[in-house]
Design a protein around this ligand. Structure first.
Ligand code: SF4
Length: 506
């Protein structure tokens, strides 16, 4: 048995046994006591919270893990509780990571004696093979962040392999979307320092002969191509998409004079672009209004001749109008998600003819989604930033939509209520949204789902009463109910609760 002291939260719980079920306040207090105030203050400013102040969906660190796993020649190492790492690796492989995730395990002793940090450093040294990797990303999850494991003390590079250490605690980063920004921002910061220190590698496919617009946010693969086509009449080209797929794309992104914040939550990344003197433009080219406004804003940021901006608008405006008119959407839709593109999708649905009374997004209001929020508000849409599951469910109940687009628990509730529903992540994010390609792309899936109303009602009637309460499961006879057992057990629970209360008062 070890004599090493165990790190505790303010209410006396050892942090190494804690997770998202523990009090975020206590974990945060422990992290501050361990010297991590600066990071937590920066996250609080970058990702303002409330009412959604706790992960209500997946662990936020999944966002940054996925960004690292999708990059070529980048190794990812997690430092956190085994259960967190199990969940994170499971989800990453579920989403087709096809890559190993490194893990440095710990216990109370290695956490407090500093051995965990040494283990991480050893692991990074072992991994740092320049033939295999450009960079290694080490992520502190909740417990090592709360314990102040100092990743900033890792070497910046080993054998030419860059080392990027980030803290992504569930109690500091509200959504997995924003965790993508934590890593993207850290990488941009690193790459910017490299650029300032001397010449860096050119993009693998060479530099564009036209000025580029870097694109912030993970998009459907056809979207950057569509954006490139729309920029061409202005003499511009689409630059890299951040989060990048390769380290040297970071340099090309920083080299773009204008950055399009297609997804609005990349606060840390925007900070790096602005520090490099780049202009950031919000919203995205979705639907007719959105595309016209976006092309004008990008053109203005690049000081493009108004005639060329008009040429781009005229080249694509009629095609967008035509696609919207050819694929109308009829019906009422409530929409919610945590991807950051919810407002853009709502704009597209409304321009397609849908009645969208409510949009909930787990992300915060930023300067980059303000234009979309105003456009939607002018159409009478209730826009809820940092929407909680409760907000989304209440909206679905209140507006009785023909279709609910949302996260897994929203869709589950919708099914129970016999309301047709679609998963935002799997079915909406996996379609083009930009320009003419996006204009008609949602109609088919949305209209087909709405057409399922009668089927959903039949299913609900068929399953009515199955799977709830005492009738759960398959019974050959009536369930053997024992209200006397239940009453006796309740008495025991009440007694325990009274005893606990009395102890609290001592
Ligand atoms: S790292 Fe993720 S799964 Fe683990 S405790 Fe934190 S929020 Fe929960």
């Amino acid at each position: 048995m070890s004599d090493a002291p165990v790190i505790h939260t303010t209410d006396g719980q050892p942090v190494d046994g804690m997770g998202c079920h523990a009090g975020a306040t206590q974990m945060e207090a422990a992290a501050r006591a361990a010297g991590n105030s600066e990071i937590l203050d920066r996250y609080a400013a970058d990702y303002p919270q409330g009412p959604h102040d706790k992960p209500q969906s997946m662990c936020p660190a999944f966002g940054s893990l996925r960004v690292g796993l999708r990059m070529r020649r980048v190794a990812t190492v997690l430092s956190g509780s085994a259960c967190c790492v199990y969940g994170l690796t499971f989800v990453s492989h579920f989403y087709g990571a096809r890559r190993s995730v490194g893990y440095v395990p710990f216990n109370s002793e290695s956490l407090v004696t500093g051995k965990l940090f040494e283990d991480i450093r050893d692991a990074v040294h072992e991994l740092a093979d320049p033939d295999r990797y450009d960079a290694i990303v080490v992520t502190n999850l909740c417990v090592p962040t709360a314990s102040g494991v100092p990743l900033k003390l890792l070497p910046d590079e080993i054998n030419g392999v860059r080392v990027v250490g980030i803290d992504v605690p569930g109690f500091g980063v509200p959504t997995h979307a924003e965790a993508k920004d934590v890593l993207a921002g850290a990488m941009l910061k690193y790459a910017r320092a490299e650029i300032m220190a001397g010449p860096v590698a050119a993009p693998a496919q060479g530099r564009s002969d036209r000025p580029t617009v870097a694109l912030l946010g993970e998009m459907f693969p056809a979207d950057p191509m569509m954006i490139g086509a729309m920029l061409a009449p202005m003499g511009l080209a689409a630059g890299p998409v951040v989060p990048c797929r390769e380290w040297r794309e970071l340099y090309a992104a920083l080299d773009s004079k204008v950055v399009a914040a297609i997804h609005p939550f990349y606060t840390a990344s925007v900070r790096e672009f602005q520090a490099a003197g780049r202009t950031v433009v919000g919203s995205a080219p979705v639907g007719y209004d959105g595309t016209m406004a976006w092309l004008a804003a990008i053109g203005a940021a690049y000081d493009v001749d108004p005639a060329r901006i008009a040429a781009a608008q005229n080249a694509f405006g009629p095609a967008i109008k035509g696609a919207l008119a050819a694929s109308p959407i009829k019906g009422r839709i409530t929409l919610s998600g945590y991807e950051g593109s919810e407002l853009l999708v709502a704009r597209l649905l409304i321009e397609s003819g849908a009645d969208v009374p409510y949009v909930g997004t787990a992300c915060a209001k930023t300067p980059w989604n303000m234009g979309d929020a105003e456009w939607l508000a002018a159409k009478g849409v209730v826009v809820q930033f940092r929407a909680s599951l409760e907000n989304d469910l209440a909206a679905m109940e209140a507006f009785a939509p023909d279709l609910a687009i949302g996260t897994t628990p929203v869709v589950q509730k919708a099914k129970q209520a016999g309301i047709p529903s679609l998963y935002f992540t799997n079915l909406i994010s996996a379609r083009p949204l930009m320009g003419p390609a996006g204009a008609g792309s949602l109609a088919q899936v949305v209209t087909a789902a709405m057409g399922n109303k009668t089927r959903m009602a039949t299913m609900r009637d068929f399953f009515e009463g199955v799977g709830t309460g005492d009738t759960a499961g398959i019974w050959e006879g009536a369930p053997n109910l024992r209200p006397d057992f239940r009453a006796a057990h309740q008495k025991k629970l009440d007694k325990l609760a009274r005893a606990a209360k009395a102890e609290e008062m001592i």
